[in-house]
Structures are given as C-alpha cells and as structure tokens.
Design a protein around this ligand. Structure first.
Ligand SMILES: [Zn+2]
Length: 258
C-alpha cells in the first residue's frame, strides 16, 4: 500500500504555515472522530508550554491528555482518572482472542493502525498487535510487579510508572511477531517485521517512540516494538530528522528535554 495514512487523517493533522505556528483544523471535518471532551479546551500550539499543572505531591500533570500530540514521559504525568472517550478495537491481528482493553486505541490511531497493518501485509509481513490502551490502575500493578521482580532502579528503566505510560493515552501500540514468540524484546528490531516498522511506521502517522541511542532523552531503553501515533505530518518530520517527541517539543516550543 503506497498511499499515506489517508486523506481523512491528513486533514486531521496539523497544517503548517510557512515558517509560522501550526494551525489546528476546525472541528467540522466529518472524516475525523469527534474531539474528546476534557475539562479544559485543547491549548493552541502557542500555549504548549502551559500544558502541565503541578499536583499536591509536586508532580507535573499534563492538562491536554486528549491531544494527539500529548507529551507523556517521566516528568509529565497523565491525570490518574484520564481515560480516552473514543477507544475502539482496531481490526488487526492479535496473538490472543480475548476481548480485552489492551486491544483498544483511540479512533484516529486505530484507523491508522489498520492502514499500517495493511501496508505491512502488502509487503508480505505478518505483524501482530499485542498491547494498546492500558488504564492507570493496570499500569500501577505492572510497575509494582516489576519492582518486586528486578528492583526499583531496573524497573524504572524499562517499565513506566502509573500515569507515565503512553498506553494510557490510547495512542500507543506494542507490535510483535511469531518469530520472537509474540513477546516484547529488543530482538524484534532485527526481524523483518521490526525492520519494516522502523522504516515505514511514519507513513501511517506513527513513530518508534523509544529509539536506540536516545535513551538519555526519552528515559527508556530501546523499544523497537512500541509505536506512538502522532499523525502523518509530525511522524514524517520526526522520521526525516531522526527526532524523538521530546526533541521535537524542545525544538518547537522550548521544553521537552529535561
Ligand atoms: Zn509499549
């Protein structure tokens, strides 16, 4: 499949004016899922600096959790009660049959994932989706279990704390393959599916969120399996310039790399 993520997705993406600030499309695009309601309206890009508040315990909490470009990492937490309102199960291959929340993504990301899978299949590959949406409570349990297993320092390097996982945004999906036994392993990056993903995810609006060599910026070890939806234009830009989402925000808005 040679086309990009589809006209609907492209029109839903940020439109860049020459040398100026991005302009967000109006909400009347019928091909775009309705915006997710939140306590506050999404910020204009010019106020991206102001997308966190500090909670009682001194943590930064993002105020734009439903934004397709929301930046979530070890310093920028999602609100504990944030659950996207437009979660759907993409019609792609999973290595399990149960109907579980981890099948879900936000509608726009799910549609893009379906196109990505169609593109991979057209190239003779068989990726599997393993884990998408994950609620705050589930992430809390996963982190606690990992601390029990390997200790807090190692857990912190490889597993997100509750509120710091992109899976809670509904914009991330972990991809695997039969060759690696449907697990999440660095070896996936050397498989045909892993190589294809690294070379093509951006065409469908996704980025490899934790690339090799950027651990000191993202705070996470290399994860060839974790893709994050950011929209086709930003994904293309990050791919072309080999930037992480943190570096992109730093470059555009002066924050992101701590
Ligand atoms: Zn992941």
């Amino acid at each position: 499949m040679a086309s990009l993520a589809g006209a609907g997705l492209l029109t839903a993406s940020v439109i860049w004016l020459s040398g100026g600030a991005p302009v967000w499309p109006k909400q009347s695009n019928l091909q775009t899922p309705p915006p997710v309601a939140s306590d506050k309206p999404d910020p204009s890009p010019l106020t991206f600096k102001n997308t966190t508040r500090v909670d009682e315990e001194g943590r930064q909490i993002v105020t734009n959790p439903a934004d397709v470009l929301v930046l979530v990492n070890k310093t920028r937490n999602l609100p504990p009660d944030f659950v996207p309102e437009d979660l759907v199960a993409p019609q792609v291959r999973f290595p399990f049959t149960a109907h579980e929340p981890r099948r879900f993504m936000r509608a726009e990301a799910a549609l893009a994932l379906e196109k990505l899978f169609a593109g991979a299949e057209a190239d003779g590959l068989r990726p599997y989706a393993l884990s998408g949406f994950r609620a705050f409570e589930r992430q809390y349990a996963i982190f606690a279990a990992q601390v029990q297993r390997v200790g807090e320092a190692e857990a912190n390097r490889t597993v997100a704390r509750a509120g710091q996982s992109e899976h809670q945004t509904g914009l991330a999906m972990d991809i695997t393959s039969r060759e690696v036994g449907f697990t999440l392993t660095v070896d996936f990056g050397a498989t045909p599916e892993g190589k294809w993903l690294a070379a093509n995810a951006h065409r469908f609006g996704f980025i490899i969120r934790y690339p090799e060599g950027k651990e000191h910026i993202t705070g996470y070890s290399y994860e060839p399996w974790h893709i994050r939806y950011v929209g086709a234009e930003i994904a293309q830009y990050l791919f072309t310039h080999s930037l992480t989402l943190e570096e992109y925000f730093q470059q555009k808005y002066g924050f992101g790399v701590d």
